[in-house]
Design a protein around this ligand. Structure first.
Ligand code: HEC
Length: 185
């Protein structure tokens, strides 16, 4: 009797071992690595069609826009094309609360970043950065990012960004004060 049980059990185990996926896979499952795959960068990239201009890191739907450089005279001189009215201020406020307040605070209250770096990241108030930043520069800061601050061009369209600029100017003491002209010696 015992012997019969043993033979049955051994037969069953043998059957399972042969039919399990592992057993079936074994001779083949290791050849995937040897198959005719093309690994990353193994072959030359297909050239771009003629006339296409390569762009680095195209994350944003706004990337096709003219790339004014933050802090240049042309960038600073950009003027707000969006009319300042109730609707644009409401849009700007919403954008500010969603995308800016988590770091910079609400304008009257500090956020985690403006608490840590009040001189750099405090937007409104007596020592706020916005006083020193023309509209064009503020728009480009939102669109392109600045230093440690990420870009928000992926999140907002142009109208929303410029509406945000209108709203940011309503924070306490947030209007731009142009630097005093340097007296010729
Ligand atoms: C993830 C955190 C974070 C968010 C969100 C954020 N910022 Fe900033 N912001 C920073 C940091 C950090 C700096 C300082 C950057 C530096 O000096 O490297 C900064 C700096 C600034 C400056 C000063 C730029 C200058 O020229 O000195 C302005 C203006 C500004 N942010 C506006 C905004 C606006 C408007 C938004 C919303 C669209 C926003 N930030 C969202 C972190 C953030």
């Amino acid at each position: 009797m015992r012997k019969q049980h043993f033979i049955k059990a051994a037969g069953l185990m043998g059957f399972l071992a042969l039919t399990s996926t592992v057993a079936f896979g074994l001779p083949w499952d290791i050849d995937m690595a040897d198959a005719q795959t093309v690994k990353a960068y193994e072959r030359e990239m297909t050239p771009l069609p003629e006339g296409v201009v390569a762009q680095a890191n195209e994350l944003s739907p706004n990337a096709y826009r003219q790339n004014w450089v933050l802090g240049t005279p042309e960038g600073n001189a950009l003027t707000n094309p969006v009319e300042k009215n109730e609707q644009s201020l409401a849009t700007g406020k919403k954008m500010f609360q969603v995308y800016c307040a988590p770091c910079h605070g609400t304008g009257t209250e500090l956020g985690p970043v403006s608490k840590q770096y009040p001189g750099i990241a405090m937007l409104g108030g007596a020592n706020g950065r916005l006083k020193a930043i023309p509209d064009g520069r503020l728009y480009l800061t939102i669109r392109n990012g600045f230093g440690l601050m990420p870009s928000y061009a992926y999140a907002m369209n142009d109208t929303e960004m410029w509406s945000l600029v209108h709203y940011a100017r309503t924070l306490p003491q947030a209007s731009y004060t142009p630097p005093a002209p340097v007296e010729p010696q």
